[in-house]
Design a protein around this ligand. Structure first.
Ligand SMILES: [Zn+2]
Length: 379
């Protein structure tokens, strides 16, 4: 039994190392960093700053952290300068690049100067006036696009009715998006001690067409003077960007580990199944092969019966095969190219309880006399 277990383990290790070298497990190595707004669309405007400028600085910093620390990851930016990019194009870029993750970066605003903190959004139903207001504010970016009625199927970002459609929307990436969003909020709240407004969902046009886990980060309120100051500062921007970077890194690690684990389990399961199947199969009958190869084995048993691999009668003999002769099955163990090896092995087989075991020679799947075999070898 230990032999079989060892074999299973070996197969498993070989397959697993092949798996690793082929890197068939899912890698999270393409990320789109989307700086909200830009160009003619300033986004939210604070007393001293514009959302588009802070979003761009944050996006470039996040991308830079990833590029510096995770060299296997390709960072794709939807914009790297102060230019206007249509919402639909942002998703299109991510889809075309087959990104694994889409991170859209924004800043918040509200009428109250006291509102404070960060929230990370995923696509979903828009529930409640507060959530609707945020989605409306972000989706209003399409109003800067000349042909937005046609492009977005007459979607009116300001009309609450427009958002009913999102209630029907089921994202295939909801779980992963939520996971990533949670990691971002965790970074902000535990490492940066920002006010945690949580992970939320609403109908964001920029997220609706992405074909990968996607989040929208509201990094803080420009309508809050203290928070605006923090968001404008180099220190604040570095902290926020490193928080998003760390969350992405953790997400990447989790996803890759999960996938590798699942694949390892699958390989293990397959190996065990294959071994079990083989163990239940009959001892293989020798087949004629055309390579004219001379082989030696040790014949140790004769029986009318066909035994299965690993059956008790074989007493744990390895690499067993059989040939038929006058209605009997003759059981042979081992395949050797040299008669000396076969002789050495025959001693072991005899010690294992098959005291009559002897060396046999085969060519092209047919038994030949030992004398003929030796003659052939000496040619
Ligand atoms: Zn925005």
């Amino acid at each position: 039994m230990r032999y079989i277990l060892k074999a299973i383990l070996l197969i498993y290790l070989i397959q697993f190392s092949n798996l690793l070298s082929a890197q068939t497990y899912k890698k999270i190595d393409r990320v789109v960093i989307d700086a909200g707004h830009g160009g003619k669309d300033p986004g939210t405007v604070g007393k001293k700053s514009k959302e588009k400028d802070i979003a761009l600085k944050l996006a470039l910093k996040v991308g830079n952290y990833i590029e510096q620390n995770l060299p296997d990851v390709k960072v794709i930016y939807t914009r790297k300068t102060d230019v206007f990019v249509e919402l639909y194009k942002r998703a299109k870029i991510a889809n075309k690049e087959k990104a694994d993750v889409f991170i859209s970066i924004h800043c918040n605003a509200t009428t109250s100067p006291n509102a404070v903190g960060t929230e990370t959004w995923i696509i979903g139903a828009t529930k409640g006036a507060r959530n609707l207001a945020i989605a409306q504010k972000e989706n209003a970016a399409i109003l800067y696009e000349a042909d937005h009625e046609k492009r977005y199927d007459n979607f009116d970002p300001n009309s609450p009715e427009s958002y009913i459609i999102f209630e029907l929307f089921q994202s295939a990436y909801r779980e992963q998006s939520e996971n990533l969003a949670t990691l971002v909020q965790k970074q902000f709240s535990t490492r940066l001690h920002r006010v945690d407004r949580g992970v939320k969902e609403a109908g964001f046009l920029v997220l609706v067409n992405t074909t990968m886990p996607s989040i929208l980060v509201e990094a803080g309120f420009l309508s809050n003077p203290a928070e605006e100051k923090y968001l404008m500062s180099e220190k604040g921007q570095n902290e926020i960007a490193s928080g998003i970077y760390r969350a992405f890194k953790e997400y990447k690690h989790q996803m890759e580990q999960d996938d590798m684990q699942a694949q390892m389990e699958a390989v293990k399961r397959d190996s065990i199944l294959a071994a079990e199947k083989k163990a239940k199969a009959n001892v293989e009958a020798v087949a004629a092969d055309n390579n004219q190869e001379l082989i030696f084995g040790v014949q140790f048993m004769t029986s009318k019966k066909v035994f299965t691999n690993g059956s008790a009668e074989l007493k744990g003999m390895k690499d067993v095969w059989r040939y038929q002769d006058k209605g009997y099955n003759k059981y042979v163990s081992g395949r050797f190219k040299s008669i000396d090896e076969a002789n050495t092995y025959a001693k072991k087989v005899r010690a294992n309880g098959f005291s009559d075991a002897f060396v046999v020679a085969f060519i092209d799947g047919k038994r030949i006399s030992k004398r003929k075999a030796i003659k052939m070898m000496n040619k």
